[in-house]
Every structure is written in C-alpha cells, then in structure tokens.
Write a protein that binds this ligand. Structure first.
Ligand code: PBG
Length: 323
C-alpha cells in the first residue's frame, strides 16, 4: 500500500524548524504608544492590562526598552486634554503628538516614528471629521487632516498613517505633504478599516468614543470583502506607500485578498479588543497567553501581513529573545 507520510517532516523540533514556512521577527512589529499631557504619569489602561498612558517625561525609559527588544517602529497616539468641534489640538504646533514626536526623535532617533493621523481623539463629538447638519462632512474634514499630517511631518514623523476613512484622504494628504516639502515622507494608509466593535478598549484608552451615532458612514461594513479591494485600489492610485487591514483577527481572509491583489507592504492591525480578550482569557487561566499570542501573530503573517501593529509587540520580542 502506498500513501504519503507527512509525519516524516514533523518528527522532531529540528525537523519542524527546517520546514517552517513563516517566521516572526522583532522587526515585524509596530508598537503603539499613548501619550497624555501633564507630568509624571504612567497609568495603566484598565481595559488593556500591560498598556499605559505615558506623559512625555516618563517616555524615555519606555523608548529604551522598546529599542533594546529589537522593535524598530512605534505608532504614536495623542490623548489631548482640550477637545473642540474642529479638533484643533490634532494640528496645533504645540499639540501633544507634535511634542511627543519631536522628543522621541531626539531621544530615540533609531526608531521609525509613525503618526496616527485622525481627528477623533481631538474632537469634542468624537468623530473622525467635522460635522455639518449631523453628518460627517467629507471634504472640509480633508483640509484638517492635511493640516494634521503636515504638523506631524514638521515635528519629525517618519511615516504618516491616516486612519480616518474619509474619501480622498490619501490624495489630499499626499498633495499637502508634497507642497509643504515632505515628498519623502511615506503614507501608511489605514486602507481597509471596518466599523468594528473590537475597538472598544482603544476608545477607553484614547477617550474617542463618538458622542452620537457610530462610524458606519465612513468605516466599512464587516460583511464586505470586495469593497476592501476597491478601498485599497483607491489608496494605491492616490499614492499610498503601505496598505493596512484593521482589525486583523476576524479579517484574515481580507489580509490574504489584499496581499494577493497588491504589491505594497501590508500591515495587519491587531486591535485593542483582540488584545484584551486574550489578556482576560489568560488572567482567568483559560488559555496559555504566550502560545496563543505566538499562534495568532504567525497566523497574520501566514495570511500575508508583512508588518503587525500589536500591543503584544514587547512581549513577543522578549519571547523571541529568550528562544
Ligand atoms: C482612530 C483609531 C481607532 C483605532 C486606531 N485609530 C479607533 C476607531 O476608529 O474608533 C483603534 C485601535 C484599536 O482598537 O486598537 N480613528
């Protein structure tokens, strides 16, 4: 009788390692940081154990730890104290993110600093654009996003990452950056961003819950797959340098679709709710955190992600060092 003996290549750890198709590296990860105003603050976010709000004066030590772990890039989110209708603090020269970027580039010039470009943390209504007659008004919102991107580039951001899902945001930001002399600054577009309930803990962390309605008129319907291609196609045409799929865990098919359709580097955003679920399961002793996280992240890479934006980045980088 003849049949295939697949188990031959699984017989030992060394044999399995020899035929492993996908690998995780510390340089695959982008680590998110939340920066708050004020001094002497390192406050754990209750719904995201292990993730903190940092004031600038407490950040230096954290940056050293990130670098020492071999992580090469960070995503910076600002949590401002002042919010208004127009999200002024998003693009103010003295805004918390602008200050943070400048300091980070001074303290840790080796880190690639990615700025999340959105208005929702900065507007009093919590939406990612400005409101007219109760709806998010696309084109005037673009002007503010362009101002935000330029302010971030001026502060020293290495990559601009617009996450707002307005139509034309990549085209507008590309043109704005070019005109301001930042034609070398890449755009990492949150090209495929679903209206997801997995963002819940982030909204606690960034104080960015919409004060009325939801984000379904600009973020995508989780039921749609072909639309992800259309969104990405627009961003590629408009000049994006990276594409992103967000969330990641429930959207592995979309990660594979985008990998198969486009040549740009692809980021998977392993979002806050995905993080907190694993933390809660592990805290209860129901799952083995390390093994589950490694399995999940290798899944993102196998699905086609080049980079993974994850709150687990430091933990995984540490586990990789221990191996
Ligand atoms: C801002 C933004 C959000 C996240 C990243 N950037 C929230 C949202 O769209 O409501 C979510 C990240 C996460 O859940 O980890 N637009």
């Amino acid at each position: 009788m003849r049949f295939n003996r697949h188990r031959r290549l699984r017989a030992s750890g060394a044999m399995r390692s020899l035929v492993r198709e996908t690998h995780l590296l510390a340089s695959d990860f982008i680590y998110p940081l939340f920066i708050v105003e004020g001094t002497d603050k390192k406050v754990e976010i209750p719904s995201m154990p292990g993730v903190f709000h940092f004031s600038l004066d407490r950040l230096q030590e954290e940056l050293q730890e990130i670098s020492a772990l071999g992580i090469e890039s960070i995503m910076v989110f600002g949590v401002p104290e002042e919010k208004d209708e127009q999200g002024t603090q998003a693009y103010a020269e003295t805004g918390i993110v602008q200050q943070a970027i400048a300091k980070i580039k001074e303290w840790a010039p080796e880190l690639v600093v990615i700025a999340d470009t959105c208005l929702c943390q900065y507007t009093d209504h919590g939406h990612c654009g400005i409101i007219k007659d109760g709806v998010i008004d696309n084109d005037p919102s673009l002007e503010l996003l362009v101002k935000t991107a330029i302010a971030q580039a001026q502060a020293g951001a290495d990559i601009i990452a617009p996450s707002n899902m307005m139509d034309g945001f990549v085209a507008a930001i590309r043109q704005g950056l070019d005109e301001a002399g930042y034609e070398q600054t890449p755009i990492m577009s949150y090209s495929v961003k679903y209206a997801s309930s997995f963002y819940g803990p982030f909204r606690d962390a960034a104080h960015s819950t919409p004060q009325f309605g939801d984000r379904k008129t600009y973020q995508m319907d989780p039921a749609n797959r072909r639309e992800a291609i259309r969104e990405s196609l627009s961003d590629v045409e408009e000049g994006a340098d990276f594409l992103m799929v967000k969330p990641a865990m429930a959207y592995m098919d979309i990660i594979r679709d985008i990998r198969d359709h486009f040549e740009l580097p692809l980021v998977a955003y392993n979002v806050s709710g995905e993080y907190s679920m694993i933390k809660a399961g592990a805290a209860n002793g129901w799952i083995d955190e390390k093994q589950v996280v490694l399995e999940l992240l290798i899944g993102f890479k196998r699905a086609g992600a080049d980079l993974i934006l994850t709150y687990f980045a430091k933990d995984v980088a540490r586990w990789l060092q221990e191996r």
